[in-house]
Ligand binder design. Structure first.
Ligand code: ZN
Ligand code: ZN
Length: 339
């Protein structure tokens, strides 16, 4: 089955090497191999992980097209693909491939696969007009979300969802770092009937107002203690010193979940702060099952992703705003009209 793609090229932004800015590039349009689909991209979210790829904080393959919150429509289908049709809208997440044969894959923990490929990190991602994806890792997207709204669901939302599951069933949930992921997760947690306590950079009044507008019980600086002890806290900011701070905010038996792929070093702290069966956990990647469950929950909950859109050509500006914490909600690159 082949769509009428023609012999056009495609346009992308790449990181040539660690520590460099994005540069535009044109390449021949690839043809999907067995199991793959060619997607014309409509929108791609900008994630903090893209900054870690830019900075060389995590192992990536350069040159690389970043972006792992990809929304687009299928324009060509490779041999052997099932379950997708031409022109259907799909999302491409961070988890781009797993080996299927390592101990983790066999245990159903594909998020921990020993030989994975990650979109926008070890295989080319969505800061582009087109992407080739392994169809088995793509998701159908609920119709209620526009392309721009749907993009941040694919990492910010999904990783948040997995973190929430690891945080447990507790009612009082703290979120440290109120960016793209937290603003989506807060809406899900509130829909589940939880109380959400939002922690921003000290003095970030606008961020705290944003959290309260979304329905959070309380919002304050990360240097403040919440008015009640928390059942769990999730840390989205890449700031290691927040770990002992969050431990002080959770009750006995409470859990602190680190949701980022990279964090600065965690400083030493008294064992007494961990005592009382408090625990610290990290969240790595996602499984396809996480994606299916989260997208259904986001649809049911009717969450409203708040997005700030940029043309692809302004991707360096968008990255800068995410780096400086200037976006409320999620930054999203829009491809239409960019070529
Ligand atoms: Zn594996
Ligand atoms: Zn991400």
């Amino acid at each position: 089955m082949t769509g009428d793609v023609g012999k056009r090229g495609y346009h992308a932004m790449i990181f040539p090497a660690p520590g460099q800015k994005l540069q535009p590039i044109d390449r021949p349009l690839p043809i999907p191999s067995a199991g793959e689909i060619l997607i014309e991209i409509a929108a791609c979210g900008v994630c903090r992980t893209d900054l870690h790829v830019q900075d060389g904080d995590i192992p990536a393959h350069y040159p690389i097209v970043p972006g792992h919150e990809v929304i687009g429509r299928i324009r060509q289908i490779g041999p052997g693909v099932t379950g997708f049709q031409l022109d259907e809208r799909v999302g491409v997440p961070w988890l781009g491939f797993t080996c299927g044969t390592c101990d983790y894959c066999l245990r159903g923990e594909e998020n921990l696969c020993d030989r994975p490929q990650f979109t926008g990190c070890t295989r080319d991602g969505g800061y582009a007009s087109h992407i080739i994806a392994d169809a088995r890792y793509c998701f159908l997207i609920p119709a209620r979300f526009s392309d721009a709204e749907a993009a941040p669901l694919l990492c910010a939302g999904l990783i948040g969802w997995r973190a929430l599951r690891i945080a447990g069933e507790g009612k009082r949930l703290g979120l440290y770092g109120f960016g793209a992921a937290a603003h989506l997760l807060a809406q899900i947690a509130l829909w589940q009937g939880r109380e959400v306590y939002a922690f921003t950079k000290p003095g970030d009044q606008a961020g705290q107002d944003f959290a309260r507008q979304l329905g959070c019980q309380w919002a304050g600086g990360s240097d403040e203690l919440p008015p009640v002890a928390l059942d769990a806290a999730i840390i989205f900011a890449a700031i290691g010193p927040l770990v002992p701070i969050a431990l002080k905010a959770v009750r006995k038996g409470g859990r602190v979940v680190c949701a980022g792929i990279h964090m600065s070093d965690i400083p030493g702290f008294p064992y007494a702060d961990l005592w009382g069966e408090r625990s610290i956990a990290s969240v790595a990647n996602l499984t396809r099952q996480d994606g299916i469950e989260f997208l259904a929950a986001a649809d049911q909950a009717g969450i409203h992703p708040v997005v700030e859109t940029f043309p692809l050509a302004d991707a360096n500006i968008a990255l800068g705003r995410v780096r400086d914490g200037q976006t409320h909600g999620a930054a999203v690159l829009i491809m239409s009209g960019a070529f």
